[in-house]
Design a protein around this ligand. Structure first.
Ligand code: ADP
Ligand code: MG
Length: 292
């Protein structure tokens, strides 16, 4: 089979900026009742910036950013790129002597002779690093404001936090409204935690959130909903989303996302605007009505 996408509905599909893999795609779309929306890069721009660096008691803000940034330089994750960029602006990055990426949790490695860990508190715990209550409280406060906060530790102790912020795409709320008006149930699906997920969901009008999902488990979430009798569309952009996009009854990729996600999907929204997901479902319904 050729992986080349077809432009279907030649008038409307193309006008709407939708690349569709084959004519059967729109047929499956008709019965969709649930739309899973990935958070980072789909509902939000995925272009993150460091909003705050919070050192633990007795630690230096600059060193927290420098060591976290040096380590994150080795990762391609949007959070990592934000932290590495901010650290680079402050000065040259120290070389990384070893590096490990724990998908959906964070990164660890040796920088400048220190054993550094950056990521979710759970990952630091795995390294025997406990977060003091003060830091946990500061983390929670920043998360309630919608930031994604990662913890930074080295040599067995928690050293601080880095808060990164992503912007919600300007059309995401409108897209959610349109999905609802088509009778669809929007659900936010993310590896990020419940607090951040709720903050983003509230701002775009989504009630239902499935948070803290590891990359490998996103496809299982889709399967579970299908077993409950739902017909599921999944909209995503990342390498992390590929298996879920393939598992969904209708996989929709953001054209601004990764090639892996685009290949795993049935349909691509070229300009990466979530309104395209609603357009695709509406188009399929009207096309089939015309045929009948
Ligand atoms: P999403 O599903 O929203 O696209 P991911 O599954 O990629 O998010 O990541 C989930 C969480 O894992 C992040 O919110 C972050 O806390 C942590 N994480 C993942 N990669 C990194 C990294 N390179 N550095 C720090 N934290 C990370
Ligand atoms: Mg994503």
């Amino acid at each position: 089979a050729t992986p080349t996408a077809l432009l279907v509905g030649s008038g409307r599909g193309a006008q709407l900026g939708l690349l569709i893999k084959g004519p059967e795609v729109l047929e499956n779309t008709r019965t969709v009742d649930t739309v899973l929306l990935d958070k980072t890069g789909t509902v939000t721009t995925g272009r993150m910036g460091v909003a705050d660096v919070i050192p633990a008691a007795g630690e230096s803000r600059d060193q927290v950013l420098a060591l976290a940034g040096a380590l994150e330089h080795a990762s391609a994750h949007p959070i990592a790129q934000a932290i590495a960029t901010a650290a680079e602006e402050a000065g040259p990055l120290a070389p990384v002597e070893s590096f490990e990426d724990a998908a959906g949790l964070g990164v660890s490695g040796v920088v400048d002779g220190h054993a550094v860990v950056v990521g979710r508190p759970k990952l630091l715990q795995d390294w025997g690093i406990h977060l003091p209550d003060t830091l946990l409280r500061q983390m929670y406060d920043a998360e309630r404001a919608g930031a994604t906060v990662v913890a930074v530790g080295w040599d067995g102790a928690a050293r601080g936090l880095v808060a990164v912020e992503d912007r919600i795409k300007p059309t995401s709320a409108e897209a959610v409204r349109r999905l609802r008006s088509l009778g669809l149930r929007p659900v936010l699906l993310t590896g990020d935690n419940e607090t951040v997920a709720r903050a983003v969901a509230d701002r775009v009008g989504i009630d239902e959130v499935i948070a803290g999902v590891l990359p490998a488990d996103k496809a299982a979430v889709v399967r579970r909903l299908q077993e409950q009798g739902r017909v599921v569309a999944m909209v995503g952009d990342g390498v992390n989303d590929a298996a879920a996009l393939a598992q969904a009854d209708l996989g929709i990729a953001m054209g601004t996302g990764t090639d892996v996600a685009i290949e795993a999907s049935d349909l691509t929204i070229v300009r990466g605007d979530l309104v395209g997901a609603a357009d695709a479902i509406r188009l399929s319904r009207s096309t089939l009505r015309t045929i009948k």
